[in-house]
Design a protein around this ligand. Sequence first.
Ligand code: ZN
Length: 338
Amino acid sequence: MDREWMFVDRLDSRYREGVEYFVRHAMNNAENVEQLFCPCVKCGNNEYVDAVELESHLLINGIDKSYTRWIWHGEDVLPTLCSNLADDSDFGGEDFDENVDRVDNLINDLKKSAVDPSEIEMFDRLSGDAIKPLYPGSTFTRLSATLKLCYRKAMNSLGVIDTFLGYLDSICDQQMYGFLCPEIISQIGYASDEAVTILSKRMKDLKKKFYIAPYYDDDHWMLVVTDVADHNQVHWFDSLGKSVPSKLRSLINASVRVYGYNGGERMRSQAPQWLQHNCARQQGVVEYGYYVMRYMLEIVTRSNPTKPINEVFQDTTPYSQEELDEVRDLWANYFLNI
Ligand SMILES: [Zn+2]
């Protein structure tokens, strides 16, 4: 069965059938059918439930749409494992070590059976990552750190981006930059009117020049940066070069307008001007948010009152592996120290 049902409306019969299929699949692959991980948007594979609860959670709360590779329900964890970072603040303990061992063995087994040179190379890199410390003196290897992050919320990059916003907030000029929650911007679990209310209030309360807001849709991260206090502009970054989704444009425009009504800023008679930038473009389709993380890093470290954002981004050359690794390492170091 394909997984399109995960993305249709919960009231749709295809969704209900999909849930039934998922519950059967989970039971068939479980060691203990009383303890199934629940991938609903509230549990996020962090809670055990039985089959009845699993079904009702998925019907009532909805399934976490980012959970497309069902690794907590019997599906192979590779090859996407190490491309993904995901958060889980209460990981750890025996389960985690067990999983590290399991994946270690899995990598070895897969490497033995690999025929394609690129596959063999990937497994070599994975084994290399397994023993290389995350940074000098770290007791974490890259693989164990990555696994730690993948643990349970394997496909959820939202937590990664959220954590990275924490990092950026700790290093940026806080008078200039504020951050808007990606869940709200992306309307994940928020209705649009609710999102407008929260965003406009946040802009009014925080009084920053710029609001940096990662936006997630269709398995892809994009970035919006508002500059409405002085310039009534909104900057748009997409590593695939696509134009602004209308749903997002309406949300930001409405939030800016409500923020104006509430006295946050003098009333604008016009909607903000949207500017699309020549930012680095990714070549593959797989990126898991690193491009957006890099854009945000560039903005808070390189733009300033004399160097506007548009001057920071002037070409579409893809980021190098080092530039993306730098982001990953900054993130991981921050994460391991919070
Ligand atoms: Zn649940």
